[in-house]
Design a protein around this ligand. Structure first.
Ligand code: DAK
Length: 261
C-alpha cells in the first residue's frame, strides 16, 4: 500500500512495513531550510506513531542528499536571531526517532546535510557520495552535531581535518573511516537502503528500539551507566511476547513472527 502524505519540501511514502522520506528541494540541492527540517521532524513524529511502519529510509534522491542549511536563509541573521529561532529542538527530534532510520546518500551531503545523515542509524552511500563539513569556509562551524558525531565515529584526526579544511571525503574514504556502512553503485543506494529497511522490519520492534537506544547511550554515558541501561533493557525484553516468540521459534526451528508486544 502506498499512502503519500502532503508536505512542501519533502515527499513521504509509506509502503508498510517501511516508509521513505525524500528531501525535495532539488533546485537548491535540497538545502535544509527551517521549513524542510520542520517537515522532516513532523513526518518522523507521525511515522514513529504509526504501528504499521517499522523502519524508515531517508534520502535526497538520486543526485544529491543535501548541500547543508540554506545559506540564503542564514546569511544576514544575527546571533540573537539565531538564538531566538533556535532550531535545535527540531534536529533533536530527528535524532530521537525510535525506529531504525537508514540514510541513502548520493552526491553531496554537506554541512547540515552530512549532520542529518550522521543522525541516522545506518548509512548506505552511493559511490557518488561526498560527505563533509564546509562551514569553516562560511566563517562558522557545524551547528547540528558535526563536531561531536564525526570524532565519535571517525576519530579525532579525520574529524579535525574535515572541520578545519572543510574538504569533503569520498564515499570510499567515508567507508574507510567508518562513517558509512556500505558503498554501492549510486543507482543502487536507494534500493539497498529499502532492502535493508525491509530486513530490519522483520525483527522484533521492541528489541530493535532497545538496541538502538543502548547503542546511542554509548555515545553519551560512562561505561558503567551504559552497561546498567543495557541490563535494564535486557531484563525488560523478557516481559515481551516477542521474546517468547523469538526463543520458542528458534527451539521449534521456525521463523519468528513478531508483533511488537
Ligand atoms: N544553501 C542555499 N543554496 C544552495 C546551497 C545551500 N547550502 N547549496 C547549493 N545551493 C544552491 C546554489 O546557490 C545554486 O542555486 P542557483 O545559483 O542555481 O540559484 C544551486 O543550489 C546549485 O548549486 P551550485 O551551482 O553551487 O552547484 P555546484 O554543483 O557548482 O556546487 C556545491 C555544489 C554543493 C559544492 C555548492 O553548491 C556548495 O558549496 N554549496 C554550499 C555547501 C555548504 O557550504 N554547506 C554548509 C552550509 S552551513 C544548526 C543546524 C544546521 C546547521 C547549523 C546550525 N542548528 C540546529 C543550530 C547547518 C549549517 C550548514 O549546513
Amino acid at each position: 500500500m502506498i499512502a503519500p502524505v502532503a508536505y512542501e519540501n519533502i515527499l513521504v511514502e509509506i509502503e508498510a512495513p517501511i516508509a521513505t522520506i525524500t528531501l525535495n528541494r532539488p533546485k537548491v540541492l535540497n538545502a535544509l531550510s527551517p521549513d524542510l527540517i520542520r517537515e522532516v521532524n513532523e513526518a518522523l513524529g507521525e511515522l514513529d506513531a504509526d504501528e504499521q511502519v517499522k523502519a524508515v529510509v531517508l534520502t535526497g534522491g538520486p543526485k544529491v542528499f543535501a548541500a547543508g542549511a540554506d545559506i540564503g536563509d542564514m546569511a544576514d541573521r544575527t546571533a540573537v536571531d539565531q538564538l531566538r529561532r533556535d532550531q535545535t529542538g527540531r534536529w533533536a527530534g530527528i535524532a530521537a526517532f525510535s525506529k531504525p532510520l537508514i540514510a541513502a546518500v548520493n552526491g553531496y551531503a554537506l554541512g547540515g546535510g552530512c549532520e542529518l545523515a550522521l543522525m541516522c542509524d545506518l548509512i548506505i552511500a552511493g559511490d557518488t557520495a561526498r560527505l563533509g563539513q564546509p562551514e569553516i569556509n562560511l566563517g562558522i562551524i557545524p551547528g547540528a552535531g558535526g563536531t561531536q558525531r564525526w570524532p565519535r565515529t571517525a576519530g579525532k584526526y579525520a574529524a579535525m581535518e574535515a572541520m578545519l579544511s572543510g574538504a569533503p571525503v569520498t564515499a570510499r574514504r567515508a567507508y574507510e573511516l567508518g562513517l558509512v556502512n556500505k558503498v554501492v553503485p549510486a543507482e543502487m543506494a536507494f534500493e539497498v537502503a529499502k532492502r535493508t529497511a525491509r530486513g530490519l522490519a522483520e525483527k522484533p520492534p521492541l528489541a530493535l528500539r532497545m538496541a538502538k537506544e543502548a547503542v546511542l547511550k554509548a555515545f553519551e554515558s560512562p561505561l558503567s551507566e551504559g552497561l546498567a541501561a543495557e541490563r535494564k533493557s535486557f531484563y525488560f525484553l523478557f516481559s515481551t511476547e516477542d521474546q517468547k516468540e523469538g526463543m520458542h521459534a528458534f527451539l521449534e526451528k521456525r521463523k519468528g513472527v513478531f508483533k511488537g508486544r
